[in-house]
Design a protein around this ligand. Sequence first.
Ligand code: SAM
Length: 305
Amino acid sequence: MNLSTADPLPPGLYIVATPIGNLGDLSPRAAAVLAGVALIAAEDTRVTAKLLAHIGAGVPMTPYHDHNADAVRPGLVARATSHAVALVSDAGTPLISDPGFKLVRDCRAAGVNVVTVPGACAAIAALTLAGLPTDRFLFMGFLPAKAGARDTAIDEVANVRATLVFYESGPRTAVTLAALAARLGDRPAAVAREITKKFEEAVDGTLVSLAARYGTTPPRGEVVIVVGGPVVTPATAADLDAVLAAAMSRAPLSTAVAEVSAALGLPRSTVYARGLELRDAPNAENLAARQALQAGTSCWPQGEP
Ligand code: SAM
């Protein structure tokens, strides 16, 4: 769809990305859509009012945020059946660690046309700065603030073979980096802050070195932490047993097998077969099997990969 201000916008919900700092990053299409809709649902109407002033648009706004979303959502869905309604957040792409997913879900369920106007997203921007692999990444958003829940969330992804992306605030950055280092090991990492703003900075290092740096001087402003995936070395039978036993102690067999085969790069069938052996063998037998494995007997059908 090619929209200009001259085109009347068809009814629907328009998900409009806005800049994460530099107003020059507002796309011409985003500006045209914001100027052309009947109503803008905004996370904070005061923030969006500044953006509208920047593009010279005067469009009615209504707040849509975590505290009123359930109450106002049905009205927005109804409005979007007959009018063009935009959803924006304070900065970046709506729905990405910001409100909007339930509004999109309900619009789709009601047969409302949903249109996206993509643009800035801090997670993607940070990945382009970090110098870490981008072929597989896992967006983690904000970690829980409480230590127990935070550590559980980190443990859940410890074996995922992907670059990890976390949102964080400046003051909490050092604590989060230290928790990541404690649970993931001293992996390569980068801290990107104030992206597209005057003091944009991307500092690379390791989790331990970055935790030390920002423990002394907390970074100012908004921060994205990017962490390299686990170092993958060829798995041995002993590795498989150790990792699989740990995974099976906290998750059902099928989940543990999926996690471990991804982490060690081994065929699921191989991991599953070993999982059944570990699960079903009596303790003594299990021990003997482990000792045999540690003595060098391979559990892989055609030898170790
Ligand atoms: N929806 C937004 C997006 O698309 O990136 C994210 C909103 S989330 C509530 C805010 C978090 O995004 C911040 O705490 C920070 O982690 C990250 N962020 C947003 N703008 C940023 C910037 N200019 N530089 C670094 N991080 C930023």
